[in-house]
Design a protein around this ligand. Structure first.
Ligand code: HMG
Ligand code: MG
Length: 302
């Protein structure tokens, strides 16, 4: 098996992780989390979302969080923008990258962004054009790429269709997302292969929630296809407010531990990463949802 020698990790904890927290997390804590992640060596951080504060109240401070960042050269900061209004709100905060997010299932599209898949693509098209005109990179996400909380199993043909539509409007990179963490390795490989019909290996990433404990296995299965970019969440934070019961993304600490153990470089300092996870977990009053972090923290007590 030929594994890549280097993997790029995007920590989505400040956005995908925290968006699901019921109690407001102050902007200062979100900013400190981003700082700790970049100090641990993360080069890509998904910071926040410019979405409706009525839909996702936790992200209402998007501008404050972006404004408070101590930006490091070489680190890229991305934000979610589901429509023109979100993009225009995000623009003054100078994101390096925006994310438009569609769904492979119609029901989830309606519940998450209040429109059909086709309408979402129509909404994204001018956002993509405006972002590119402003020199901002455009990433896309395909939610529910293997399963949907409302429709059950999702066929690879749906991923194929959405990836084709995203490529058609000029989205530069696609993330294949198992939003509710129901995927298992072979199903995830089929979904990735469907997206790979429209995107090169260098322009595709995996985004796996860990609800059924499959996300690390799904990451390995995806690596075996040659994909080398993954979204992960510090301390395994999160879930999606419109995917009830779904837990956070695979913990960044677990993925980094696995990759380093395989001799794959991430540029991340695992001990500092564990500190970042402990910082946000302490704030939230719980333990990190990461086996590797738990083991490393226990070892410190020896
Ligand atoms: P809508 O209600 O259809 O929008 O929402 P609208 O255009 O009809 O406008 C209605 C109201 O929303 C208006 O305000 C607009 O100003 C406001 P009002 O006049 O009633 O006071 N509005 C906005 N406000 C702030 N920012 C905006 C914005 N747009 C309209 N950008 C919308 C459509 C998409 C905005 C809404 O459905 C929404 O915000 N949904 C939230 C979606 C979300 O954040 N989901 C979680 C992130 S996605 C995710 O987690 C999946 C991912 O991780 C991959 C995976 O795991 O699957 C990426
Ligand atoms: Mg997600």
């Amino acid at each position: 098996m030929n594994y890549p020698s280097r993997v790029k990790i995007v920590d989505v904890g400040p956005r995908d992780g925290l968006q699901n927290e019921k109690s407001p997390v102050p902007a200062s804590v979100k900013i400190e989390l981003v700082h700790r992640l970049q100090d641990a060596g993360l080069k890509e951080i998904e910071v926040t979302s410019f979405v409706s504060p009525k839909w996702v109240p936790q992200m209402a401070d998007a501008l404050d969080v972006m404004a408070g960042l101590r930006r490091l050269p070489g680190v890229r900061y991305s934000v979610l923008t589901p429509n023109r209004q979100g993009f225009e709100a995000a623009l003054p905060s100078k994101p390096d990258e925006i994310v438009v997010f569609a769904s492979a299932s119609e029901s989830f599209s309606q519940r998450n962004i209040n429109c059909s898949i086709a309408e979402s693509i129509e909404r994204f098209a001018p956002v993509v054009d405006a972002a590119k005109a402003a020199g901002i990179y455009v990433r896309g996400a395909i939610s529910c790429a293997v399963g949907c909380p409302y429709e059950g199993e999702v066929a690879p043909a749906q991923v194929d269709m959405v990836a084709r539509l995203m490529a058609g409007i000029g989205v530069l990179h696609i993330g294949v997302a198992d939003t509710i963490g129901v995927g298992t390795p072979l199903k995830v490989q089929r979904a990735m292969e469907a997206a790979l019909k429209h995107y090169a290996l260098a322009d595709i990433s995996g985004h796996f929630h860990d609800t059924y404990g499959q996300a690390l296995a799904n990451t390995l299965a995806t690596l075996q296809l040659g994909v080398w970019q993954f979204d992960t969440s510090i301390a395994g934070l999160g879930g999606c407010p419109y995917a009830k019961g779904a837990t956070g993304n695979v913990a960044t600490e677990d993925v980094v531990y696995m990759l380093h153990g395989m001799g794959i470089d991430t540029g991340i300092d695992l001990e500092k990463l564990v500190d970042a996870g402990q910082f946000i977990s302490d704030f939230l009053g719980r333990k990190p949802n990461s086996r590797a972090a738990t083991a490393l923290l226990n070892r410190r007590l020896d």
